[in-house]
Design a protein around this ligand. Structure first.
Ligand SMILES: Cc1ncc(C[n+]2csc(CCOP(=O)(O)OP(=O)(O)O)c2C)c(N)n1
Ligand code: SF4
Length: 336
C-alpha cells in the first residue's frame, strides 16, 4: 500500500455528481455514506482508489464514489480487480458485490480471490434476494423462502457468506449491518487497513423485495453478539448470557449459578486456525445470536507481494529480457 498521504480529505471529496438511483430507504445508502465517511481517515489519496462492481443494485456503487471505478459484468468484479491490483499494487482496490452477484454467478471468482489473499476489499451486500431483477431468491435466501421465483418456498439450503470466506482461508472476515452505522464504519475502517483480502458481509435491507430480513438481528438484545478481540463473548440486555465451547462446538450459557465470564470463549481475531471463527460465523437464530464484528484477522503474504517478489527474482537470475526475441523465438508453426 502506498505510504503517500493525502492532503486532508473530507466525506464530500468521495461523493460523485451522479444521481443516486436506489429505492428510498434502501440499505445501500447507509453503506455508501459510511464508506465515503471512512475513506478520508485512511489517508490514501483519492486517485489511488478504484471501486469495481459486477451487476445488481449494489453494483451501482462505483458511480457514486468520486474515485476511479469499473462497472463490469455479472459476477466478474473479482476478475477485473485481480488484474488491477496485480498490475498496480499501490492502488486501494474495492469490490462492491451482492449476494447473487458474488455468490451465485461469481462464486468461483470470489473463492479464488479470497484464497489467493489478493489485497482487495470485498463488500458483499447481503440482502438475501435479487434486488435488481425484482425479487428472485438468491444463494443466501433461507430454506422455505417464498419469492417470485419460489412461490412455494425455496428448497435450497443457503450459503453463509462468512463461512464461505473462512473456508477459503480468508485473512480478514467480518460481518456488519447497514442500520448500525457506527459498527459499519468501524468494520469498514478495519477492512480498509487490512493487507490482503478483506471480506465484509453487510446485512443490507432491500425495502422493496425483502423488507425486514434482518429485523430479528436488530430487534432484541439477545439476537446479536458484538465480537471484541481479546474479550469473552457476552450478550443480552444485561450482558447476562455468553458463548462457551463444549465438545468441540459452541453453546449459549446464562451467567450466574456457577458460570462466570472466565468460563466463556475469549474471542481471538488472530487465531491461526479459522475453525472457531467458522463456528461463530454459523451461529444463527433461534438457538444462537448472530455474530457481528471481525471474525478473523491474520497477516499472510499477499498475492501481489508474492508476484512482485517472483518477478524481482526472475530478473535477478535471468537478467534483462529482450521481449522481441522472446516473441519471435522458440518453436513456430505455420498454419496453411
Ligand atoms: C449473465 C447475466 N445473467 C443474469 C443477469 C440478471 N441479473 C442481473 S442482477 C442479478 C442478481 C442481482 O442480485 P444481487 O447480486 O443479490 O444484487 P442486488 O440487486 O440485490 O443488490 C441477476 C441475476 C445478468 N445481468 N447477466
Ligand atoms: S430493489 Fe432493493 S436493493 Fe435494489 S435499490 Fe431497491 S431497495 Fe435497494
Amino acid at each position: 500500500m502506498s505510504e503517500e498521504r493525502s492532503a486532508a480529505l473530507s466525506r464530500k471529496d468521495f461523493v460523485s455528481d451522479q444521481e443516486v438511483r436506489w429505492c428510498p430507504g434502501c440499505g445501500d445508502y447507509s453503506i455508501l455514506a459510511q464508506t465515503q465517511k471512512v475513506l478520508p481517515s485512511i489517508g490514501i489519496p483519492r486517485e489511488k482508489y478504484v471501486f469495481v462492481s459486477g451487476i445488481g443494485c449494489s453494483s451501482r456503487f462505483p458511480y457514486y464514489m468520486n474515485t476511479y471505478g469499473f462497472h463490469t459484468i455479472h459476477g466478474r468484479a473479482p476478475t477485473v480487480a485481480t488484474g488491477i491490483k496485480t498490475a498496480n499494487p499501490d492502488l486501494s482496490v474495492w469490490i462492491a458485490t451482492g449476494d447473487g452477484d458474488g455468490l451465485s454467478i461469481g462464486g468461483n471468482h470470489l473463492l479464488h480471490t479470497i484464497r489467493r489473499n489478493l489485497g482487495v476489499k470485498i463488500l458483499l451486500f447481503n440482502n438475501r434476494i435479487y434486488g435488481l431483477t425484482k425479487g428472485q431468491y438468491s444463494p443466501t435466501s433461507g430454506l422455505g423462502k417464498r419469492t417470485r421465483s419460489s412461490p412455494m418456498g425455496s428448497v435450497d439450503y443457503p450459503v453463509h457468506p462468512c463461512c464461505f470466506a473462512l473456508a477459503a482461508d480468508g485473512t480478514f472476515v467480518a460481518r456488519t449491518i447497514d442500520s448500525d452505522t457506527k459498527h459499519l464504519a468501524m468494520v469498514l475502517e478495519r477492512a480498509a487497513r487490512h493487507e490482503g483480502t478483506a471480506f465484509v458481509e453487510i446485512y443490507q435491507n432491500c425495502v422493496i423485495f425483502n423488507d425486514g430480513a434482518f429485523d430479528s438481528v436488530e430487534k432484541g438484545d439477545d439476537r446479536a453478539v458484538h465480537l471484541v478481540d481479546g474479550e469473552p463473548i457476552v450478550f443480552g440486555a444485561n450482558r447476562e448470557k455468553g458463548i462457551r465451547r463444549k465438545d468441540g462446538a459452541l453453546e449459549v450459557v446464562t451467567l450466574g449459578n456457577g458460570v462466570g465470564e472466565e468460563d466463556l470463549l475469549v474471542h481471538r481475531e488472530d487465531e491461526p486456525d479459522p475453525g472457531i471463527a467458522f463456528h461463530l460465523a454459523r451461529m444463527d437464530a433461534p438457538s444462537f445470536p448472530v455474530a457481528l464484528g471481525v471474525l478473523r484477522s491474520v497477516r499472510r503474504p499477499t498475492y501481489e507481494e508474492m508476484v512482485e517478489e517472483q518477478i524481482r527474482r526472475a530478473r535477478e537470475e535471468k537478467g534483462p529480457v529482450d521481449l522481441d526475441a522472446l516473441l519471435r523465438g522458440g518453436e513456430c508453426w505455420e498454419i496453411k
